[in-house]
Write a new protein. Structure first.
Length: 69
């Protein structure tokens, strides 16, 4: 897979962020991350997690600086 695939996957997942329970959403992120890591040892879990709208403490508020610029 390519970086483009990871970005598209994050965008698709993020489009469902308000549609499913937070724990289920975070489990999906973990499952995709495990799969991507098995495909690419340089896969950056934290970067993917942030692209999906979560960080180490949970969902990132939509109005945060993360979403700007």
């Amino acid at each position: 897979m390519t970086r483009k695939d990871y970005i598209q996957t994050a965008n698709i997942l993020k489009s469902f962020i308000d549609e499913i329970p937070q724990t289920t959403y975070e489990d999906l992120i973990d499952s995709f991350s495990d799969w991507f890591k098995s495909d690419n040892e340089n896969f950056d879990f934290a970067r993917f997690e942030k692209a999906c709208g979560i960080d180490e403490i949970g969902l990132i508020p939509a109005g945060s600086e993360m979403w700007k610029g």
